[in-house]
Design a protein around this ligand. Structure first.
Ligand code: GCO
Ligand code: MG
Length: 402
């Protein structure tokens, strides 16, 4: 089966999404997600100018070979732009193969290892009380795992507290919005939040929290230690993720499980974290990590070190990535949990999909391939709209991590 063409589509049904569609000489097409929040057009150009011309005429079934061709062949390896572009091709090729063989992608990855995929939802509120109530709302919706993020007194625009309770969306039109930060205020606040949540809603559900890369290792160690009585499922992205060695310090001080990796893009970002068993969950997504082909290697290596997956699943990853993740999650043995930030109805309409949510679990569905389509006509109604993620400053004005 030969690749005859590939096109890149841009749409913005509330937020920007980039989609790659690969066509074959047998009339079967495949879809891949190439969205990189706030830097979308860099991936569009990478695909259109440098990848699509190399795909024409190749055998669509040679997924591994095409992956290696794009990764090794560029000479310039790794990075979020390159790896998101490779991921889009890879997702589309797995989609094609599933459709050609008339089977869902999870069957190509080893078949079902479980009946459903446990997901966590995002409870957030402006205040501690509101966040505690929101956790209750998610439990009422049937979630068995909930992430809690709250506004902090004295800080403007804290990460994870968004417009729209179900559809959190941090990117804004215009230039990057500015938020403020104080580690002292945060560290004093967070354990109180966890305590109140456990007191109000009990211990019978998984509680998660994202620090969004804002602590030093010793500060993360303090938060991990003080959170121990509340039995977090995980503490996410405690420190900026570039310095793998920093996790040694956190690990020495706390038994709170650690998750990291949504900004990683190859297995080389996590080799120390794996071999020294410094984390418990790896979050690199199908989209950021070069597709299913590379994630198979990541998951296999993680399994040796008792590390499970907990893939990134924010709204800036399109329903195509969500579907690919669900097929993968269903198939591998060392699956842990999947993030599920709901897309808006407008986005779901552009990307009709077979996956479903029920009582805290998701199911990829049994459609051949990934089970997601792209409504080109509808997508055209929503042209690209430049938007940026926020930036963050300490209260004295010092530039900080968002
Ligand atoms: C998460 C993430 C997101 C990111 C977003 C950036 O845990 O889901 O931290 O909220 O901030 O994906 O584009
Ligand atoms: Mg995160």
């Amino acid at each position: 089966m030969k690749i005859t063409d590939a096109k890149v589509f841009i749409t913005s049904p509330g937020r920007n999404f980039i989609t790659l569609k690969i066509y074959t000489d047998e009339g079967i097409y495949g879809l891949g997600d190439a969205t990189l929040n706030g830097r979308e057009l860099a991936v569009v150009s990478y695909l259109q100018e440098h990848v699509v011309p190399c795909l024409i005429g190749r055998d669509a079934f040679q997924v591994e070979d095409i992956w290696q061709y794009l990764y090794r062949g560029a000479y310039w390896r790794r990075g979020p732009v390159t790896m998101s572009a490779i991921a889009a091709v890879d997702m589309a090729l797995w989609d094609i193969k599933g459709k050609a063989l008339n089977t869902p992608v999870y069957n190509l990855l080893g078949g079902k290892s479980r009946s459903g995929v446990m997901v966590y939802g995002h409870a957030n509120g402006e205040t501690l009380e509101e966040t505690v109530d929101e956790v209750g709302r998610y439990l009422d919706m049937g979630y068995v795992a909930v992430r809690a993020q709250s506004g902090i007194p004295g800080l403007k625009g804290v990460y994870g507290v968004g417009r729209g309770k179900l559809f959190y969306e941090p990117a804004e039109k215009g230039l990057p919005p500015e938020q403020t930060w104080s580690t002292e205020k945060y560290l004093n606040f967070a354990p109180k939040l966890f305590k109140k949540i456990r007191e109000t809603h009990g211990d019978d559900f998984h509680l998660l929290h994202d620090c969004h890369h804002r602590l030093t290792p010793i500060e993360a160690a303090r938060l991990g230690k003080e959170s121990e009585p509340y039995h977090l499922f995980w503490l996410e992205d405690t420190v900026p993720a570039e310095l793998q060695e920093g996790f040694r310090i956190i690990r020495q001080h706390t038994t709170t499980p650690l998750a990291v990796g949504e900004v990683f893009n190859t297995i080389y970002d996590m080799t120390t974290l794996f071999t020294e068993q410094l984390i418990d969950y790896i979050r690199m997504s199908v989209l950021r990590g070069g597709g299913l082909t590379h994630l198979l290697k990541v998951a296999a290596m993680a399994s040796i070190y008792h590390i499970r997956t907990g893939f990134h699943g924010a709204t800036d990853l399109s329903p195509i990535t969500m579907a690919a993740a669900l097929h993968f999650d269903l198939a591998i043995n060392n699956f842990g949990i999947q993030e599920y930030m709901r897309h808006t109805p407008e986005t779901d309409a552009v990307f009709p999909h077979a996956y479903t949510f029920e009582k805290g679990f998701m199911y990829p569905g049994d459609a051949p391939g990934l089970g997601v389509d792209y409504d080109e006509k509808l997508a055209e109604k929503y042209p690209y709209d430049r938007a940026y993620l926020p930036v963050n400053r300490k209260l004295d004005g010092t530039m900080f991590n968002w």
